[in-house]
Ligand binder design. Structure first.
Ligand code: ADP
Ligand code: MG
Length: 454
């Protein structure tokens, strides 16, 4: 263990010299304990999930660069929170075995941030997630290639990278290559542009020696015939060597245009899994998960705020996450609370137009429905149901009237919120009350009391 402790101490000393004292103290001061060494990874105990996240996000790259200065061995670092470390200790799940490595592959431009354990699962991505886990656990057996597709920003790269990290976690010597199809095309172009034989050979050697090849955004191979040709050869070679390939795309394999038929049919050989548009529950869960890495107490941000964010970015988790970060960063810098008002201020230019209006309209509608239901002692379900019972129909018309006359809400929006009633039905309901209200004291009295209660 001493050897590892020395290595880590050396790295800490280098970091101390490189970074500002305050930064160093804030991040690394209480990070000197080693929990275990397993699969060539040294596990460092860190005080909190936040510190772990910051190290992985901002410092791990530098740490990786420092390792070869102090050791020839292929060693990686992992960070585990004190809480998790204690749990492991209590389960006696501690190993210190070091299998002598034969080459250096740690990372290989694979982001260590994207992992299965920080991928939030919901209806829309469960199948892709489970399939990816199976492929990571049993490469080649489940299907080769694994083809993951779905719209932009929905988690394809995250899932694909998680497979790579999973494989590396279990075998630091595994040769995991991550590339995008654009980068692949660029590498090929550079290798061939000067017809330098060595370069071309190096290109083939690199890809043909992969144990796991991850190629992101394969749709950009469209129309690039020469690159497709090369990719086909590498694909065939790896498959024949029983090496797993994982591809992502924004569309199913059979919808790719200008891709050679034989390549397309290879893509369809294995197993494909799509990621669909997330539902609101998943969006909220993702936001909560991301918050737990951004601030100490995620409950400081109310559900209200999360809902506005989820409503504003329903189709792209990358944008959703970006908006959350901007908001949190603004509140921290300005030292203000994580409120709805500050959300609107911080995301003024980012939130889709009208988000604030939509939010306040929703609020008004929901409060008015509550007040009218309470007054007439009917349930919300009845209010939005198709029931035409006289008392329910009357209460519903009163509700329409108040929303339109007092709050100027559009007929369309009123109808949408009342069991998807059409424009004409809403207009008719409002007319009915308008005609009666000046003539009938009971109705006028009902109206006055409801307005008072709102
Ligand atoms: P894609 O490759 O489909 O365009 P990414 O994998 O790059 O999308 O995802 C965009 C961002 O959204 C990333 O930061 C990723 O971590 C995050 N993300 C997407 N889906 C999830 C999820 N289910 N749980 C946690 N984060 C997610
Ligand atoms: Mg991507």
């Amino acid at each position: 263990m001493n050897e590892y402790q020395n290595l880590w101490n050396n790295i800490l000393n280098s970091l101390k010299e490189e970074y500002d004292e305050n930064v160093y103290n804030e991040i690394f001061k209480n990070c000197d304990e080693i929990l275990k060494v397993e699969n060539n990874y040294i596990y460092i105990v860190v005080p909190s999930a936040l510190i772990k996240f910051r190290i992985e996000q901002f410092y791990l790259k530098r740490i990786k660069e420092l390792i070869p200065i102090y050791t020839d061995k292929t060693i990686g670092f992992k960070f585990i929170t004190k809480k998790d470390a204690e749990f492991e200790k209590s389960n006696n799940n501690i190993a210190t075995k070091l299998v002598e490595p034969d080459n250096k592959n740690i990372g290989r431009n694979l982001s260590s941030i994207y992992r299965f354990d920080n991928f939030v699962v919901g209806e829309s991505n469960r199948y892709a997630f489970l399939t990816a886990m199976k492929v990571a656990e049993n490469p080649v057996i489940i299907g080769n290639p694994l083809y993951i597709f779905g719209d932009v920003g929905l988690g394809k790269t995250h899932i694909m990278t998680s497979i790579g990290n999973f494989v590396l976690d279990n075998n630091i010597n595994a040769k995991v290559i991550y590339t995008s199809s654009q980068k692949f095309a660029e590498d090929y172009f550079l290798a061939t542009s000067k017809s330098n034989k060595e370069k071309i050979q190096a290109f083939y050697d690199k890809f043909n020696s992969a144990d796991l090849l991850l190629v992101d955004d394969i749709q950009f191979l469209e129309g690039k015939t020469a690159t497709q040709e090369e990719f086909f050869k590498i694909f065939e070679h790896l498959v024949s060597q029983n090496k797993q390939i994982v591809l992502t795309s924004d569309r199913p394999a059979n919808s790719l245009k200008n891709v050679m038929a034989r390549l397309k049919s290879r893509f369809g050989w294995g197993i494909s899994a799509d990621i669909k548009t997330p539902d609101k529950e998943l969006l909220i869960n993702i936001l909560k998960n991301k918050l737990s890495f951004l601030i100490e107490d995620p409950d400081d941000v109310s559900l209200d705020v999360l809902q506005i964010l989820a409503d504003s970015f329903p189709n792209n988790i990358r944008d959703l996450e970006g908006a959350l970060r901007t908001f949190v960063n603004y509140c921290i810098c300005m030292n203000c609370a994580f409120t709805k008002e500050n959300l609107y201020i911080s995301l003024d230019k980012i939130l889709p137009k009208g988000a604030e209006e939509i939010d306040s309209t929703k609020d008004i509608i929901s409060k008015t429905i509550d007040a009218v239901c309470k007054y007439y002692k009917i349930s919300k379900n009845d209010m939005v149901s198709s029931s035409r019972k006289q008392q329910i129909a009357y209460a519903r018309q009163m509700l329409m009237y108040i929303l339109r006359i007092n709050f100027n809400i559009s007929l369309q929006t009123i109808g949408d919120n009342l069991g998807k009633r059409d424009h004409a039905t809403v207009a008719h309901g409002i007319d009915k009350i308008t005609n009666l209200i000046d003539k009938n004291n009971v109705i006028k009295n009902d109206y006055d009391l409801i307005i008072k209660s709102i």
